[in-house]
Design a protein around this ligand. Structure first.
Ligand SMILES: [Fe+2]
Length: 356
């Protein structure tokens, strides 16, 4: 399978990964042959790219770092949690703990954690999918930093609930397509404190997790909110969650912005290391995130194009690429795989949205 921009989808192409709607319902199952009406529906729900299968790429398997079921269930639990908070009910903390524990089991059982799969999110589904992704990305970073299980669980709870306070922010401000006014921005900046006030009423949620919710928008240079803390004054869990939060937000489509590619998001985080983030944490994070994930269409410095088929954890910028040339009609001929690790003079020059 490989990833393609929605604009280049054609009826007859085969969907490689199931697409869920905002309530978790299946919209399109993996294996379905796409029709014009399906493509239009995907456009309406704000999906900009997805995975498809072709004869030439059906053997390329993209593994998520956690199992599909655990990701799906975690999203549902966050959706329910937000509903509970909105209705003024208590959070079902046992269920949230279980979801985080399952994610952690998957990650700890995974020897070479490498983030290759981007979760395809519908715009409406963003908050829940984002919460789970921030949890996964934060835990990967925590594992790299040698955290024990107890610390990882507390980090994971804080990460998955980091934006719980947004439930108290009016949705028209939260999802405003244009630029926010100063007053609107001030209202959004209330969400860490609102979230903190909600979770601190739950005795089973650790104060360490609650601190993540309060301080995930603090920034290294002191220009974050709500406390304006600087550098190492900022709680370490929150420095981790800040990196995960920004990475996932950048690589997701929102109502008000188009997403950026993984390698661009990593470049941004590195450029902002020690301005906005803790650069050591950015390095730990980036060590497990493929800048050119499996399934990405790339152009090499030689001009040849191909699809990434494998990523070496020690050489993230030098994946193995299946090259295609001599296009005849819809067929790509003369495919060959090159391992860029063995070809120091060849680099990736561009990420393409379709095979040209
Ligand atoms: Fe936030």
């Amino acid at each position: 399978m490989f990833k393609i921009n929605l604009n280049f989808l054609k009826p007859g192409m085969i969907l490689a990964k199931t697409i869920n709607g905002s309530d978790g319902q299946v919209l399109l199952n993996a294996g379905v042959i796409l029709k014009e009406s399906y493509i239009e529906k995907l456009r309406q729900i704000g999906i900009s790219s997805l995975y498809i299968d072709t004869k030439e790429t059906s053997d390329i398997v993209i593994e998520d770092v956690i199992c599909e079921q655990n990701r799906f269930e975690a999203k549902n639990i966050i959706r329910e949690t937000m509903k509970d908070v909105y209705m003024g009910r208590s959070i079902q903390t046992k269920e949230v703990f279980e979801a985080v524990s399952n994610i952690l089991d998957d990650l700890l059982g995974n020897k070479d954690i490498m983030l290759n799969l981007s979760d395809i999110k519908a715009v409406d589904d963003y908050t829940f999918a984002h919460s789970v992704n921030v949890c996964v990305l934060s835990l990967i970073t925590g594992i790299t930093m040698g955290y024990n299980r107890d610390k990882l669980e507390k980090l994971g709870i804080g990460a998955v609930l980091h934006d719980i306070g947004k439930i108290a922010i009016p949705p028209d401000i939260l999802n405003k397509p244009g630029k926010l006014t100063d007053i609107e921005y001030k209202i959004i900046q209330e969400h860490p404190r609102l979230g903190y006030d909600i979770v601190k009423e739950h005795a089973t949620i650790s104060s360490l997790s609650a601190m993540v919710i309060l301080t995930h928008h603090e920034r290294h240079d002191g220009k974050g909110y709500p406390l304006g803390k600087k550098g190492k004054e900022i709680f370490e869990f929150s420095r981790i969650v800040a990196v995960a939060d920004v990475y996932d937000a950048l690589t997701s489509d929102r109502v008000y912005k188009k997403k950026v590619l993984p390698h661009e998001a990593i470049e941004y985080l590195r450029a902002m290391g020690d301005l906005q983030f803790d650069s050591e944490i950015v390095n730990n994070f980036a060590a497990h995130v493929a800048p050119y994930p499996v399934g990405t269409i790339v152009k090499l410095s030689t001009g040849v194009q191909g699809i990434v088929v494998a990523v070496d954890k020690n050489h993230l910028n030098k994946p193995k690429v299946r090259c295609f040339w001599n296009k005849q009609g819809d067929q790509y001929l003369n495919e060959a795989e090159v391992n860029l690790v063995n070809l120091p003079s060849i680099t990736i020059s561009e990420v393409l949205e379709k095979l040209e």
